[in-house]
Design a protein around this ligand. Structure first.
Ligand SMILES: Nc1nc2c(ncn2[C@@H]2O[C@H](COP(=O)(O)OP(=O)(O)OP(=O)(O)O)[C@@H](O)[C@H]2O)c(=O)[nH]1
Ligand SMILES: [Mg+2]
Length: 541
């Protein structure tokens, strides 16, 4: 009942925001989960065209790879974005520049026909470029519609060695790096805004390349309690496992799951992740989210045994989930088995194709989003790209006032924040304690969690904070001042100015609660009192 009311309010809000029309939004979070050390980070790096480091580098918390790759909305090509030359501004470029102006109304004063070589030649003036589709031609080149069979080789090549794809090579064979440099030199934030607003006004805002955002989840136990906070049905999940190991072989050197008394095996981990995903994602669409299984370490299996191994692994997985309630969510039949360290493994393309297909089948891919809030979204995206993660409501209001095409009314702004929160893109709680701030990057919350729920390997070696971690992991008890101290550390310094807000938010989210529940958390006793951290509650058992 309550839920239905909430949903209809949300729809009303959305309707109010969509008064000025909508555009199709293409954004997909690809959440990569699974046991520790199975190759999640390696695989993600490979998929976004990053160089794969040697050796083992466990992921601390969650690592977010944003703005590195996308999918061409029309051709479905896997598009890599400036590997090796990634710049924080890309977050903004990607959204603005992936806007197609192809169908813009012809303007007699401007050249809107076929792009010419000169459109993107360095000799043209800045203003010309801003008014010319050549800029977007650049963006098309930047987004690099590579044929999918070669895209996996991309990180082997130096950027300068790359030429434009066939359809744009007739324009000018600028290297990706050169284009990038040129873009940087040519487009200031103001110009991007101007450009964007023009497109919006024309009502032709259209994303050309949808974005894939990879969420790489750390596989150590300690993070299991925090990961669920970020899971959403508006995502596609990968569950990665090491295909060189038997599904029921004991995983050495690990204790059993907290609170579970089972021998740890790859099968136990697979079940854990599937259950976790399906428990924490709201069931909004039947069979969504999808969970794609990916086996790694193919190179550890003798060549002649690979096919038998593949069959064995996946019939094992099939068996494991045959009576599972969430069977409809599982994508097993692709039987993907890769070497995550080798970008020339042809099966990487099979994996990319599976991710692409599942993304295009996802009901949230291409959903209608209000035009009215795009300018504000872009302002915020720009700040996020520059490393900002949190804004005061006042700052958001100021940003909203900048736009020349679309300034949201107070009511609409509130709708916008609620809506972004429901999408999981921002975090905003409309309560007296919390409504003063807006978390504009979910990464902040990841860092908050990581600040006090982290693997022992990442604890300080000695000192007060070490003691806090020891006590917290044993008893689940922590004090406000101890958390504040943790946030004073160099690495978490940016949390410090918002410590009270963050603290209140952890209470609001029930991550922290007073040890004595009959006290209200508004009372003074909290500031000095002990708090129970629910994320460590298992340690009490
Ligand atoms: N031979 C081989 N090694 C792999 C493969 N995939 C990953 N590795 C190696 O396995 C180790 C662990 O890989 P990661 O990608 O860090 O594993 P992870 O799943 O991200 O681990 P956590 O972040 O701790 O959860 C690294 O040394 C990788 O180089 C593979 O397919 N074949
Ligand atoms: Mg990792």
């Amino acid at each position: 009942m309550m839920k239905r009311k909430k949903q209809s309010t949300m729809l009303n809000r959305l309707n109010r925001l969509t008064g000025e029309g909508t555009y199709e939004s293409y954004d997909m979070r690809c959440m990569v989960t699974g046991q520790f050390a199975v190759g999640k980070s390696t695989l993600v790096k490979l998929l976004v065209g990053e160089i794969i480091p040697e050796g083992r580098h466990p992921t601390d918390g969650i690592s977010l790879l944003e703005g590195r790759c996308g999918l061409d909305v029309k051709t479905r090509e896997w598009v890599l974005i400036n590997p090796g030359t990634y710049n924080a501004m890309d977050g903004v470029y990607n959204k603005v520049l992936m806007t197609s102006k192809e169908k813009e109304e012809p303007n007699p004063n401007k050249k809107l026909d076929q792009p010419q070589a000169s459109d993107i030649s360095p000799s043209r003036s800045k203003d010309d470029d801003m008014d010319n589709p050549g800029v977007l031609q650049q963006s098309q080149a930047m987004s690099w519609p590579l044929p999918s069979n070669t895209s996996s080789n991309i990180s082997n090549q130096t950027p300068a060695a790359l030429t434009l794809s066939p359809q744009s090579s007739s324009v000018v064979p600028l290297s990706r790096y050169q284009l990038k440099q040129k873009m940087k030199a040519k487009m200031t934030k103001d110009e991007i805004r101007k450009q964007m607003e023009k497109v919006l006004k024309s009502g032709k805002y259209k994303m050309k390349v949808g974005r894939l955002i990879f969420w790489d989840f750390g596989g150590q136990y300690v993070y299991y309690t925090t990961h669920q906070t970020f899971m959403t049905y508006r995502a596609l999940f990968l569950v990665v496992f090491d295909g060189s190991k038997g599904l029921h072989e004991q995983v050495p050197d690990v204790l059993c799951f907290p609170g579970q008394h089972m021998i740890p095996t790859p099968a136990v981990f697979l079940q854990h992740w599937v259950n976790c995903i399906l428990t924490y994602c709201k069931a909004v669409y039947t069979g969504i989210p999808k969970i794609l299984f990916v086996a790694t370490h193919k190179d550890k299996v003798p060549k002649e045994d690979i096919e038998t191994r593949r069959t064995e692994l996946y019939s094992g997985v099939e068996e494991l989930f045959k009576d599972h309630e969430g069977r409809a969510h599982l994508v097993i039949n692709n039987k993907i088995f890769v070497n995550a360290t080798d970008n020339t493994d042809p099966e990487i393309n099979v994996l990319k194709k599976a991710i692409t297909d599942l993304t295009f089948q996802h009901p949230c891919w291409g959903e209608s989003m209000p035009n009215a809030s795009v300018p504000l979204e872009l302002e915020i995206a720009n700040l996020v790209a520059n490393g900002n993660q949190i804004l005061s409501l006042l700052e958001v209001e100021e940003l909203n006032a900048i736009s020349k095409v679309s300034v949201l009314s107070k009511e609409e702004l509130s709708d916008f924040l609620h809506f972004q929160h429901s999408l999981g893109k921002m975090i905003y709680f409309d309560t007296p304690q919390l409504r003063g701030y807006v978390i504009i990057s979910p990464l902040l919350l990841v860092e908050v969690m990581r600040s006090f729920v982290t693997d022992i390997a990442f604890w300080p070696k000695k000192g007060l904070i070490r003691n806090t971690f020891e006590r917290m992991s044993e008893s689940g008890i922590v004090q406000r001042k101890e958390l504040y101290l943790i946030w004073e550390q160099k690495h978490f310094k940016k949390l410090s100015p918002y410590k009270e807000f963050i603290f209140d938010m952890l209470i609001h989210l029930d991550i922290l609660s007073e040890q004595r529940r009959y006290d209200t958390y508004y009372g003074k006793s909290v500031t000095s009192g002990k708090l129970l951290c629910s994320l460590y509650a298992h340690s009490e058992k």
